[in-house]
Design a protein around this ligand. Structure first.
Ligand SMILES: Cc1cc2nc3c(=O)[nH]c(=O)nc-3n(C[C@H](O)[C@H](O)[C@H](O)COP(=O)(O)O)c2cc1C
Length: 198
């Protein structure tokens, strides 16, 4: 329901901020790679995108997709090669389009696929352009075995004056891609555990 989008989401943030409850506006920011991927074949929409949209729908948050200016190959091996090279160079690949104005958001969900145990370098491009200090940052990822790795701790180190939820959500990409019910259930249980929804 579109009219709900952009409304102030009531999030119980006792756990997160020490306050009893607050009305905080939320946005779900994500990067996701469509095309050929681990165990799911060729897909129109990436695995993380599916989780991002599930979260955004559930908490009536806005959505922002981080898109690369120079597209990664839709072919798996070629994409792996590009990504590996970027990680080796600690590159900051350019982002296509405008960055979001995050000034009105208190809660930032940020989602990414795990690439070589870490975030894709384009997430670092984004994080270097946005100051998330003072925000509540809630990470989530899709992966094929690594889980979140140290990405939540790294986010906290990068933004010491943000509250980074360390219990981020990690969903297997193949489940996110193929099983929307299981994905919605995992998202629901996670949001409940964080006391974001009842
Ligand atoms: C370049 C690349 C590197 C990857 N590295 C890992 C990894 O280190 N650990 C892991 O569990 N999965 C890894 N994967 C699998 C992805 O994390 C997984 O398929 C994810 O769901 C992809 O999400 P997306 O469709 O949103 O891009 C990698 C995939 C790619 C393309």
């Amino acid at each position: 329901m579109n009219f709900l989008k952009g409304l102030f989401v009531v999030l119980t943030v006792a756990l997160l901020s020490g306050t009893a409850a607050a009305a905080d506006k939320a946005i779900v920011i994500y990067f996701s790679h469509a095309g050929e991927n681990n165990g799911v074949g060729y897909v129109q929409e990436g695995n993380t995108a599916k989780v991002a949209k599930t979260i955004a729908r559930r908490v009536n948050a806005d959505l922002y997709e981080i898109k690369e200016a120079r597209p990664y190959s839709p072919k798996f091996e070629a994409c792996v090669g590009q990504a590996k090279e970027e990680q080796r160079r600690n590159a900051r690949p350019a982002i296509a389009g405008r960055l979001p104005d995050l000034s009105s958001y208190k809660v930032i969900f940020i989602g990414y696929p795990i690439w070589f145990g870490d975030c894709p370098m384009i997430i670092y491009s984004f994080l270097e352009k946005e100051n998330l200090n003072g925000k509540i940052i809630i990470p989530f990822c899709t992966h094929e075995g690594s889980g979140l790795g140290k990405t939540a701790q790294n986010l906290q180190r990068r933004f010491p004056r943000a509250k980074v939820v360390q219990k981020g959500l990690a969903i297997k990409g193949s489940i996110a891609q193929r099983d929307p019910r299981m994905t919605a259930k995992s998202v629901e249980m996670w949001l409940k555990a964080l006391k974001i929804v009842k």
